[in-house]
Structure formats: C-alpha cells, structure tokens
Write a new protein. Structure first.
Length: 238
C-alpha cells in the first residue's frame, strides 16, 4: 500500500494515570498494543517510538522499533504532540513518506484503522486524516450549565436539550478519538499554509474516518484501563 512511518508518542508523565504507557493492559504493557497495531498495518514500513520514559523505550527496542529519546523540553505537561512528532521525524532524517501518529496509551483500535487512514490520505491528496468517534449520549445538544445554586440552563440557546429527548433523534456529532492521525510531511512541518494554532499541523484539507462508540479506547484514567483490559481479554478469548 504505502511506506508510511509510524511515530508512536509515549510521554512518561501523566497526572490522570502515572505510568499509563507501560501499565499492564490484558497482560501486556499498554504501548505494546499500539506497536503491534503498527506492525500489523500493511501501510507502515517503519516504526519509531518517541519517549522520555526509559521503560517505554526499552519495550520499543525489544519489539524491534526505533527508539528516540525525547528531550525534557518536549515532555512536560504543556508540550505539544506535533512538536514531539516533528522532533522524532527530524531525528530519523525527515524522509519523504506519509506519517502516522499513534498514541501509546491507546491499546484498543480497529484492525483496519491505520491502513484506512493512510489510504484516504494517499488517494485524496489531503493534508491529514484523523479518526473521530460518534459522541453518543454525550452529545453537545444535551450539554447544560449548572449554577452554584443548582439552576440548570442550556449550554447554548434558550431551549434545554434543544427540545430533543431521544438519542436516535440527535444529529450526528463526532469527536477526535485518538485512534490515528495520518498526515503528510508538509503538513507536519507546517508548510501548507494553515492558519496558526494548536492544530495547524493538520493542514488545511483535513479529512476524517468515523469509528463507532467503543472502537477506540484511550487510557487516561484507571477506569479506562479496566475497560480496555476487559475488551482486550474478551477479544483474546473470542
């Protein structure tokens, strides 16, 4: 299909769940599930792991990946993912190939998701492709404000819940789910003229792949870890 480069980002620090990238999920370090997903992808020919966590880098090397030591300036709470991805990309010589950004704390994603994103990137000529999940019951129409004295009011407009009370009547709404980002080197390196901002590395022509609720699980809390563990163990015994 393509000779894409997978850059797996595994920052060591996490306030929600310390050590989440190397935490046990269904009997394996969390990052191992993402590495294996990249290895199974027909479109990925090179896998690079960027981390300031030596345990994560050791796991990466043991599984046959290239390991990039991320400097502390790119590993703090406010460091951006695109800065870390650019550092890793430049560290391997800035090759002219599609780039796939994967998060080490996402052990559950559909088998075809990486290949589908790279295929859309290549065949449409867009700047980036990102996976999006349907928001389900956490729909923006059902978002409210609750005042200090408990008064409930619409988040926007004047009608509570947009006067919609059945989930199936809600209009489609998606949110980035962290499953995959595929993009061109020009987009990552901010050479496509996108307006400045935290997501300018996604370029101007941005496309999306829609996943179903639960298809992608990213671990940011202990609850997420428990759910991902259960999902993977069930799949292993299916």
């Amino acid at each position: 299909m393509s000779d894409a480069i997978a850059i797996i980002l595994a920052r060591g620090g996490s306030k929600g769940l310390p050590g989440k990238n190397t935490a046990d999920v269904a009997g394996r370090p969390c990052i191992a599930w993402t590495i294996e997903a990249a290895m199974r992808s027909a479109s990925v020919s090179r896998i690079v792991v960027s981390s300031d966590d030596q345990d994560a880098l050791t796991i990466a090397r043991e599984l046959g990946c290239e390991a990039i030591d991320r400097p502390s300036t790119l590993a703090h709470d406010t460091a951006t993912i695109d800065d870390a991805a650019r550092h890793a990309y430049e560290s391997i010589g800035s090759p002219a190939a599609p780039i796939v950004i994967l998060y080490a704390n996402v052990p559950v994603r559909p088998d075809s998701l990486i290949d589908d994103a790279v295929s859309m990137l290549v065949h449409t000529g867009c700047d980036s492709v990102q996976s999006y999940a349907r928001v389900g019951k956490h729909h923006p129409w059902w978002t409210v404000r609750v005042s200090e004295d408990g008064l409930v009011s619409p988040w926007e407009g004047h009608v509570l819940y947009h006067n919609c009370f059945r989930r199936q009547d809600l209009p489609n709404a998606m949110v980035p789910d962290g499953g995959v980002i595929a993009l061109t080197p020009d987009a990552l390196m901010r050479r496509v003229g996108a307006s400045d901002g935290p997501h300018c590395f996604l370029g101007t022509d941005r496309r999306g792949i829609i996943t179903n609720e639960g298809d992608v699980i990213d671990i940011d809390s202990r609850i997420d870890q428990i759910v991902a563990d259960a999902v993977l163990r069930e799949a292993m015994h299916a």
